[in-house]
Design a protein around this ligand. Structure first.
Ligand code: NI
Ligand code: MN
Length: 228
């Protein structure tokens, strides 16, 4: 089956690829836009971009129930072991690893990463995911705009997942500049409308992407999915 990606609200996504279910930043409890309940989440692997509560989310509970392996930076991986998560895999920026579902490389992200209990969550990251069916996904997670997105674009990105909410991350103007640097085939906006402070008009942003770039902008509702 081809790779599918589903938006679960805020920064939470699920990726179905090579017969595996991969959850990214599974924040459901306390997320007014959560598409699923924590108890209904399925996962073989969980990717966590940084230590903030809206990204670590329900990952500990889901990993304990499903036995999923959590992939995160080394500091968060160690913290998760302390929380009783059995299977963790720590990586660090620029480093890639061939997981059973595909390759994951951590990218830069300009943001914070303190964990919910105040522990040091290392540095925040985005993800480059290389699927076994040859797709390249760049999930930027929480970040401001940075010029090295051009380097990420050099990889030939099929899908970019970019925050547009502003205030804590890139807003619509900088996310449009990011699309112009990365030049992905498709882009999905995330990290908006969850709370009033990050309310955005995603359709208006998608119209600007279509008018000013060759990238296909896909606006999903929480719970909707799209094939790559
Ligand atoms: Ni954050
Ligand atoms: Mn966030």
């Amino acid at each position: 089956m081809s790779t599918q990606i589903r938006w679960l609200g805020h920064a939470a996504m699920s990726l179905q690829t090579a017969g595996f279910e991969i959850l990214i930043d599974p924040f459901f409890t306390g997320n007014p836009k959560a598409a699923i309940a924590t108890d209904d989440a399925r996962a073989d692997f969980i990717l966590i971009s940084h230590g903030h509560g809206d990204h670590v989310g329900d990952s500990v509970a889901i990993a304990k129930r499903t036995g999923a392996t959590i992939i995160a930076n080394y500091e968060i991986a160690c913290w998760l072991e302390g929380q009783g998560v059995k299977r963790v895999h720590g990586q660090q920026h620029g480093g890639g690893f061939n997981h059973p579902f595909g390759r994951v490389k951590l990218t830069l992200a300009f943001h914070g990463s303190a964990l919910p209990d105040g522990s040091n969550g290392g540095n925040p990251c985005g993800f480059l995911i290389y699927t076994k069916d040859g797709k390249k996904i760049y999930h930027a997670a929480d970040t401001g705009l940075f010029g090295d997105m051009r380097l990420i674009g050099e990889e030939g990105i099929d899908l970019a997942v970019l925050p547009i909410g502003d205030n804590y991350t890139m807003g619509p103007d900088d996310a449009l500049r990011a699309v112009k640097m990365i030049e992905p085939k498709k882009v999905i906006p995330i990290h908006y409308d969850t709370f009033p402070i990050i309310a955005q008009d995603a359709q208006a942003w998608a119209a600007r992407v279509r008018a000013e770039t060759k990238t296909e902008a896909i606006v999903l509702q929480p719970g909707e999915s799209t094939p790559l």
